[in-house]
Design a protein around this ligand. Structure first.
Ligand SMILES: [Mg+2]
Length: 138
């Protein structure tokens, strides 16, 4: 499993990397701009991400906007709504319905998690998305 971790907070980035590194490669970026850039580069290298863990509140470009751009890129590549579409967990301290509904409906998030999130909860969500079936256990 190849993961892209997107968060402007160092502690959050370190937690996610510690939780997910045993399942495969983890790239770490700090805002939405970098996330879109990393997503493009991974496809250009023919090694796309299986999972993106995306924070919502970030400087420069927030998680909603980055997710929309990533889904638009997938549409232009013709992989939108196929199994090749990247799975995205929006992880944020925001738990109000507007942001949850926005992440699912508008941005096309696969899952949503509210901070603080424990490692077990995170791994369960990823399993529920069918991502860890072929990954080696931690
Ligand atoms: Mg943030």
């Amino acid at each position: 499993m190849k993961t892209l971790i997107v968060d402007d907070n160092f502690v959050a980035r370190r937690f996610l990397k510690d939780a997910l590194i045993s399942f495969g490669d983890c790239d770490v970026v700090t805002n939405g701009n970098e996330a879109v850039q990393a997503f493009r580069l991974a496809w250009e290298d023919h090694e796309p991400y299986d999972l993106i863990c995306m924070d919502i509140m970030m400087p420069e470009m927030d998680g909603h906007e980055a997710l929309q751009k990533i889904r638009t890129i997938e549409e232009t590549m013709g992989i939108a709504l196929t199994s090749k579409e990247v799975k995205v967990i929006m992880i944020s301290a925001l738990d109000d319905p507007k942001n949850v509904v926005g992440a699912y409906a508008k941005g096309g998030a696969t899952e949503y998690a509210v901070k603080p999130i424990g490692k077990d909860t995170l791994v369960e969500k990823i399993k529920a998305m069918g991502l860890l079936a072929c990954a080696s256990p931690p």
